[in-house]
Design a protein around this ligand. Sequence first.
Ligand code: FAD
Length: 344
Amino acid sequence: MSDFNFRSVKLSDYTTIKLGGAASKFVECGTDKDLFDALAFAAEHGMRFHVLGGGSNTVFPDEGYDGMIIYVNTKGIEKAGDLFAVKAGERWDDFVKYAVGLNYSGIECLSGIPGSTGATPIQNVGAYGQEVSNVIETVKAIDVRTLKAVEFKNAECDFSYRNSRFKSKDKNRYIVTEVVFRLNASGAAEIKYKELDDYLGTYHGINSLNNVRDAVMSIRGKKSMVYDENDGDSHSCGSFFTNPVLNSAEFECFISVCKSLNLEANSFRAGDKYKISAAWLIEKSGFEKGYTENGIGISNKHTLAIVNRGGSASELIEFSERIKQTVYNKFKISLEREPEVVLG
Ligand SMILES: Cc1cc2nc3c(=O)[nH]c(=O)nc-3n(C[C@H](O)[C@H](O)[C@H](O)COP(=O)(O)OP(=O)(O)OC[C@H]3O[C@@H](n4cnc5c(N)ncnc54)[C@H](O)[C@@H]3O)c2cc1C
C-alpha cells in the first residue's frame, strides 16, 4: 500500500459543507496515469473507492470513509480554435474566468460555481439560464470496470436538468479525466434571466462577457452562492434540492392543493412540463431563511441552501429528510436531493 503515499485526512477539510470524518487512504492524483494506477490498485486489493473533486456537492458521513478516496487534481487547459480541452481537476471558475478573458461566450453565466471541471458533466451544472450540456463537445473518462479510456459525445451523455448518465444509469462507473467544450468566439453574451438582465441595466446595457461575469458574481455573492471560507452561509452544497418538474396531471393536482391552502402557486413552464420552485415549497412549509436546529440550518440568504453551523452529517440528513417529508405532507410533491451523500 505504500506505492500510493496514502494520506490520512479529515474529509470535512475537503468539502464546502465541512462535514465528514476521517479517511486513511486518501490519494491525490495529479495525472491521468495516477488515476489509472489508483483504480488498478483498488481493483487488485478489492478496495472500494470514492471519486472526489472540489467537494462542493458531497456530504461525507461522520464516521469517515474506510475505502480509497481518489482526489482528482489533474490540471491543464488546451485551446484549439473554439475547442477547449480542460483537465478534470481544473477549478471550474478558473476556466470560466479564462474563457471570459479571451472573450469566448457560452459559460459566462456559470461564473462562481465552486468545484472542479470534471464534475460539471455529472449533474449538468447550470445557473442563470446556461448549462454545461449546451457547450460540452465530449467527455473523456476512464471506465472503472475495464480500466480503459473512453469518450462520450454530447448526445451520448443523456444530459437533462441537473442530471446525466454519469449521475443515473452509469453512476460511479466512470472517472471523468477531461471535458472538451466548444465555446463561441463571437463573445455574444447570453442573457435569459430577468434578475441578470435587470442587474445588467447598471452597466447601461453593455452586456460584455466581463460585465455578465461581474453581475453573476455579485448576484451569487449576495445569496452566499459563491464559496467563501469566511461566509458561513456558503458552507453548504449549494442547492440541496432540485426544482421539481411536473407533468400536466401532477401540475393540476399541485394547483388544487395551492388553492385549498389559499396560496398562489409559484411555477414556470419548462417545455410541456412545469418547474416548481423548491425554495418556495420549503419556505411555505415553514422552513424560513436562517432557521437552525442542532447546528444545521437554512442559509440566511437562500432557502435552498442547507448550511452547517456546527452540526454533523447525520443531523444534516435528518434535517433534510424532515424538510422533504413536511413538503410532501403539505404539497404532495417529493423533493429530490441534489448532492451526493456518501455512505461510510
Ligand atoms: C455555494 C455553492 C453554490 C453552488 N451553485 C451551484 C449552481 O449554481 N449550479 C450547480 O449546478 N451546482 C452548484 N453547486 C453544486 C456544485 O458546485 C457543483 O455540483 C459542482 O459541479 C461540484 O463539483 P465538485 O468538483 O465540487 O464535485 P464533488 O462534490 O467533489 O463531487 C460531486 C459528485 O461528482 C463526482 N465526481 C467529481 N469529480 C468527478 C470526476 N472527475 N469523475 C467522475 N465523477 C466525479 C463525485 O464522485 C460526486 O458524486 C454549488 C455548490 C456550492 C457549495
